[in-house]
Design a protein around this ligand. Structure first.
Ligand SMILES: C[S@@+](CC[C@H](N)C(=O)[O-])C[C@H]1O[C@@H](n2cnc3c(N)ncnc32)[C@H](O)[C@@H]1O
Length: 272
């Protein structure tokens, strides 16, 4: 039976993604020192081209009204930002394509800017979007002034940073009202699972965050969780029943997921 246009679009993205995974080796648990050795791997020159292959397909789908689940999750999360217009720093923006996504899915006046610690990514972002302000910045050492953006977006990045706590501290300093941790890998367990995985052609740190622990780490920097969105919503019907059965078998074991989390500065709740 032929699939729907949405299934075909998702398949095209999945197949393109699989093609770019030239270093697909098994994930292993890792110590802090082992992760630290990989901290700079995302600065490789080939990554902007590889990442953009996928983003271009997702953007082409979006132009036809087919919204990737990962974009839909961000659009839902943005609804929790209780501001009529705002500035947003995409603090690991890669080639800057989330600017297009946000402007296409949220009608508000959103002043988008981006930064990334990879010069290659930022050069590519500037070539695609010459009118957008971009800068080279490491999330663990952001130089932006205190509270200089209404919203700071951390999309697909915290899990790749060995010293993610420093990244939380620095981005909390720069965010005036909200921090959005988009497509965050999570575990139902009580502690973070720290691993080394692969993406594209690199080995990369990959942390699966315990939601309870992550919430307390954001609370330490003055932010509270106000919304959590499942990036890949649960299937209905027989798929749901199968998942429930698998869930029963997995009972007692940690389960992983992908969430988009909106944190609000605690004092912000009483502000106009
Ligand atoms: C998986 S990609 C995600 C890109 C984009 N935000 C998205 O959601 O598609 C990870 C991005 O984080 C950037 N990155 C990794 N470590 C970083 C750090 N310490 N500071 C700033 N950017 C970092 C990489 O260069 C890369 O662009």
């Amino acid at each position: 039976m032929p699939g729907s246009p949405t299934d075909d679009a998702a398949d095209r993205v999945r197949r393109a993604y699989e093609k770019t995974q030239s270093l697909d080796i098994a994930e292993v648990p890792a110590s802090g020192e082992e992760l630290a050795d990989l901290a700079r791997n995302w600065q490789a020159d080939e990554l902007p081209g590889l990442q953009r292959t996928i983003a271009d397909l997702q953007l082409a789908n979006l132009a036809q009204g087919i919204v990737d689940p990962v974009f839909a999750a961000l659009a839902t999360a943005l609804k929790a930002v209780d501001l009529p217009s705002f500035s947003l720093l995409d603090a690991a923006c890669a080639t800057g394509y989330y600017g297009e996504v946000i402007h296409s899915l949220d009608p508000r006046d959103i002043a988008y800017s981006g930064c990334d610690y990879s010069l290659a990514m930022i050069e590519s972002a500037r070539a695609y979007y010459p009118d957008v302000p971009f800068s080279v910045q490491d999330l663990t050492a952001l130089t932006h002034p205190d509270r200089s953006f209404d919203v700071v977006l951390l999309s697909g990045v915290l899990e790749h940073i060995p010293d993610y706590r420093r990244a939380i501290e620095r981005s909390s300093r720069v965010a005036d009202r909200y921090l959005i941790v988009h497509r965050c890998p999570t575990t139902s367990g009580p502690t973070h699972e720290r691993t080394i995985g692969t993406q594209y052609n690199i080995r990369t740190p990959r942390t699966f965050f315990s939601l309870g622990l992550l919430k307390s780490e954001f609370s330490d920097t003055g932010f509270e969780l106000v919304k959590s969105v499942e990036v890949y919503p649960r299937p209905g019907g027989w798929r749901r029943r199968l998942r429930r059965m698998a869930g029963r078998r997995l009972k007692g074991r940690e389960q992983r997921g992908t969430l988009t989390l909106v944190f609000r500065r605690r004092e912000a709740s009483g502000r106009p």
